[in-house]
Design a protein around this ligand. Structure first.
Ligand code: DQA
Length: 146
């Protein structure tokens, strides 16, 4: 069975406790449960991983390369806007990558408008809360099934 890896970056373990106007009230566990259920329905194994440590995220991405994961759905949180290290790690992957954000980053502060992952991801989904993640999973499925 193909695996889809769902990656969550810095501060995203605090979903449910962060600004609900931007991020809603769902916890990371609830988001992960939805991603596993949806991914399984689509015929994939789903693994979810969160870390607040940039090096751990890079190492998880390196392992994803070794494991040959089929696709990655990533919300890297604030790293999205400045981490060339995570961007370079993602660039190593052959698998398609979908970038997601709960909030509409383009309607927020200027620094959130730019993603340093833009050139390595297939596309970006933002502004729909947990639905951004679900759409990210559907996009990964569409990329895999052509
Ligand atoms: C976020 C948007 C980022 O700008 C922010 O730093 C986050 C969450 C989102 O899901 O909307 O931590 O990635």
């Amino acid at each position: 069975m193909k695996k889809i890896l769902v990656l969550h970056g810095i501060n995203l373990n605090m979903f449910g406790k962060r600004d609900s106007a931007q991020y809603g009230t769902a916890t990371l566990q609830e988001i992960d449960d939805q991603m596993v259920t949806l991914g399984n329905q689509l015929g994939y194994e789903v693994e979810c991983f969160q870390t607040n440590c940039e090096g751990e995220m890079a190492e998880r991405i390196h392992r994803a390369h070794q494991e040959g994961v089929a696709a990655v759905v990533i919300n890297a949180g604030a790293w999205t806007h400045y981490s060339y290290g995570i961007s370079d790690a993602l660039a190593i992957l052959k698998a398609p990558i979908v970038e997601v954000h709960m909030s509409n980053v383009h309607a927020r502060e200027q620094f959130r408008h730019h993603s340093v992952f833009s050139h390595v991801v297939k596309g970006q989904i933002c502004g729909f809360g947990v639905t951004s993640y679900r759409l990210g999973m559907l996009a990964a499925d569409a990329l895999l099934k052509g």
